[in-house]
Design a protein around this ligand. Structure first.
Ligand code: GDP
Length: 487
């Protein structure tokens, strides 16, 4: 942000009501304190209790994090397997395995952070294949690092799977909770995790997990809704989040700050194409079944934006020489900038051409922009992930947003922006187009896949959980009937 904008908006609360701590070097991570100049005011405020808990967590991360005495002795215990030696430092750790796409990783990091806070563990994030973590995100905690050190003593921990002897399901079901001979517990929360592993969501102080100094977690999605079912956390969660509909919004604003390279991409694009428009609309297109353009999906996008009155219609005539003469643009005509994201440019090209070939009915000037079209998804490719993060962030800066159902990329975009999306139902390609094409979501929260099916008091399967009937603020997702979201 230029000094001019600074001066004119000098009253902005860059620390977001105490959510962020002052004192970080601004040069190394400009987005942390500059984001406020690009965003709308926060629609939900962090509670004073959450702010207090964040400060405690920061102190814990500093006291026990990599490079400290407690960390060195905890890693030594993990390496040697001497888990029966007393843990005198009171430092316990949660190691998160990063995998799948960037949206998946952002949802997993944010909700694993919530779990770390609830259980008083230090969060350490695996740098990912290709070490992309530090190219994407700034350090969230002052005076320490959240990146798992390369000399982490559990070799091949990224290959851990449900059948590992250390998996929560195995320990709970086959070992009756005995940790004897185990150096750590592995929590498997992949979206397709088995019911035995989902018992994790009911773990409380009576169970074995709190006795493990090291927990290694695999999660590719948003695990927060499941934590609300655990009676052991309910009071704490209520105090942290008096409103349940903005957990990701608030925590992601605390945790996820793009690095300077990405922030440059965000701000340059924003100033070039979005900042001057009267209104901005984000359209996030994610096609799961095919990389080829599909007319059916273009039709769905246009049906959605028309049904929800997000984009103006265009003047249609018979064509040829009989068209009415183009109108002179009226002074002060409203302008709308549409930010489209997707792996293909075809949808963008079509929408842009539509507003080039024809005038909008209401005289509004519609411009359509797409930052990149990478064609295919790549995994842990730095440049590719950087573009993806810049686009997720840009989506979060729009006024209104249309997202593709099932897409964690879209969830991260609207969640970070505090935007309640219009979510397009996932289509079956070459099948019948969903009708209606989209719906206004009930909240800005991401949908959680792979949710627990139990009522924790009895650890029994309970259909009401999945149907969103057990807790008033945990409901069935609009776009996935087996998913749950906070509202
Ligand atoms: P999901 O698969 O839709 O749930 O979202 P993820 O973000 O987890 O994985 C999709 C990955 O594909 C992203 O991380 C990007 O690497 C790539 N991708 C998908 N859509 C886009 C897009 O609109 N722009 C860019 N730059 N990359 C995308």
């Amino acid at each position: 942000v230029g000094s001019q904008m600074r001066a004119s908006e000098s009253k902005k609360d860059v620390l977001l009501g105490g959510l962020l701590v002052p004192g970080f070097d601004e040069q190394t991570c400009a987005s942390r304190y500059q984001a406020v100049y690009y965003r709308k005011n926060m629609t939900r405020q962090p509670s004073p209790y959450l702010i207090k808990r964040l400060r405690q967590q920061e102190a814990l991360q500093r006291r026990c994090g990599p490079g400290t005495e407690p960390y060195t002795s905890a890693s030594e215990r993990l390496r040697s397997g001497q888990t029966d030696v007393d843990n005198v430092d009171g430092c316990n750790y949660l190691v998160l395995i990063s995998y799948r796409g960037l949206g998946n990783r952002m949802l997993a990091m944010t909700s694993a952070f919530l779990y770390a806070m609830l259980t008083g563990r230090v969060l350490l994030v695996d740098r990912g294949y290709g070490n992309t973590l530090a190219d994407l995100f700034c350090e969230p905690f002052p005076g320490t690092t959240w990146a798992l050190p390369p000399d982490f003593p559990v070799k091949n921990f990224k290959q851990l799977d449900e059948d590992a002897p250390e998996s929560y399901g195995n320990v709970a079901v086959n070992r009756s909770g005995s940790l004897m001979g185990l150096r750590f517990v592995y929590v498997h929360l992949d979206h397709s995790a088995s019911p035995a592993n989902l018992l994790f969501y009911c773990d409380d102080h009576r169970e074995f997990l709190h006795r493990a100094q090291w927990v290694i977690m695999r999660a590719d999605q948003y695990i927060a809704p499941g934590l609300f079912f655990n009676p052991a956390y309910q009071e704490e969660l209520d105090r942290m989040f008096p409103r349940k509909d903005s957990v990701f919004y608030i925590l992601s604003r605390y945790l996820l700050h793009p690095t300077n390279d990405i922030w440059g991409m965000v701000t340059r694009f924003y100033h070039s194409y979005l900042s001057k428009a009267d209104e901005t609309l984000g359209i996030q297109i994610r096609v799961f079944d095919s990389d080829k353009p599909a007319q059916q999906i273009l039709d769905q996008i246009l049906a959605c934006t028309s049904q929800e009155r997000l984009l103006p219609g265009v003047v249609t005539t018979g064509g040829g020489g009989g068209d009415p003469p183009p109108r002179l643009p009226t002074a002060g005509a409203r302008s709308m900038a549409v930010l489209m994201t997707g792996l293909s440019s075809w949808y963008h090209d079509n929408v842009r051409e539509m507003y080039w070939r024809s005038a909008s009915i209401d005289g509004e000037v519609v411009s359509v922009h797409q930052p990149s079209h990478e064609e295919h998804q790549l995994w842990f490719a730095t440049k590719h992930d950087m573009k993806a993060l810049a686009e997720i962030y840009l989506l979060s800066l729009t006024d209104k947003i249309v997202t593709s159902g099932w897409s964690t990329f879209g969830y991260a975009g609207h969640g970070l922006g505090g935007l309640t999306p219009y979510v397009m139902f996932r289509p079956v390609l070459n099948g019948t187009a969903p009708n209606p094409p989209c719906t206004r979501a009930m909240s800005m929260e991401p949908c959680s896949f792979g949710v627990p099916h139990f009522e924790c008091t009895r650890k029994e399967f309970n259909r009401d959980v999945l149907q969103g009937k057990l807790l008033p603020h945990v409901r069935t997702c609009e776009d996935a009937f087996w998913g749950l979201k906070l509202a």
